[in-house]
Ligand binder design. Structure first.
Ligand code: AP5
Ligand code: MG
Length: 209
């Protein structure tokens, strides 16, 4: 299936995607994760985007579109994908339509209070990117990833100033995509506030799986 996960920062897109990969059997492609890997590797892309991401702003459309176009051309994405964090602007959505036909857009519905609670406690594995939380999903051993043994840290863009900026950017530039895809008749809404097991059930239901 060719899916988009759309929703505000901290809605739980990445967390559900880890579960959804097993259900739909397609790769999880997170533009944010690709940028974070580039930053960690100190590649040309990483050096270009680090300050932008840390400030909670968006990377430019051309760079992001090219990156996704190349990623979707790879063999594992031919039968489907879960796009998490892309598109994030109307021009990105228009560009995507030129090189891939999206089947469904899953819109994560959650109030700002839920977002702030989730981002305020998020801890991430530096090695495999798994998302933990200081209250909802603690690693078994403090600061060590349960899955790969990597170091668990707090993302630079989860500082309060950057979170506020990301929410503003979401409202101004990304939320218009809800109507864009609703008008195309491919948008489905899920309540993203419950715990993840419950969201998995909603996910299967809205997609008829
Ligand atoms: P990106 O990594 O995509 O960040 P984001 O959209 O801000 O989303 P998050 O990863 O913060 O949230 P999430 O919804 O995945 O939540 P998570 O599952 O972690 O992008 C980062 C940056 O890269 C952007 O700001 C931008 O600069 C740049 N970028 C990326 N894509 C771009 C694009 N297309 N164009 C331009 N720039 C782009 O969950 C959050 C926390 O809550 C975790 O701690 C988790 O454990 C917990 N949690 C999750 N679900 C639940 C649940 N059901 N119950 C309880 N706790 C939960
Ligand atoms: Mg994420």
């Amino acid at each position: 299936m060719k899916l988009i996960f759309l929703g505000p920062p901290g809605a739980g897109k990445g967390t559900l995607a880890v579960r959804a990969v097993e259900i739909v059997g397609c790769p999880h492609i997170s533009t944010g994760a690709i940028f974070r890997e580039a930053i960690a590797a100190q590649s040309a892309l990483g050096l270009k985007v680090k300050a932008i991401i840390d400030a909670g702003k968006l990377v430019d459309d051309d760079t992001t579109i090219e990156l996704v176009k190349e990623r979707l051309a790879q063999a594992d994405a031919q039968k489907g994908y879960i796009l998490d964090g892309f598109p994030r602007t109307i021009p990105q959505a228009q560009a995507l339509a030129q090189f891939s036909v999206v089947e469904k857009v899953v819109n994560f519905d959650i109030p700002d209070s839920g977002v702030l609670e989730r981002l305020g406690g998020r801890r991430v594995c530096r090695k495999c990117g798994y998302n933990f939380h200081t209250v909802f999903n603690k690693p078994k051993v403090a600061d060590v990833c349960d899955h790969c043994g990597g170091e668990v840290y707090t993302r630079d863009d989860d500082r309060p100033e950057a979170v506020q900026k990301r929410l503003e950017v979401y409202r101004a530039q990304t939320a218009p995509l809800i109507d864009f895809y609703r008008q195309q008749g491919i948008l489905v809404d899920i309540d993203a506030s419950p715990m993840v097991d419950e969201i998995v059930v909603s996910f299967k239901r809205v997609l008829g799986l």
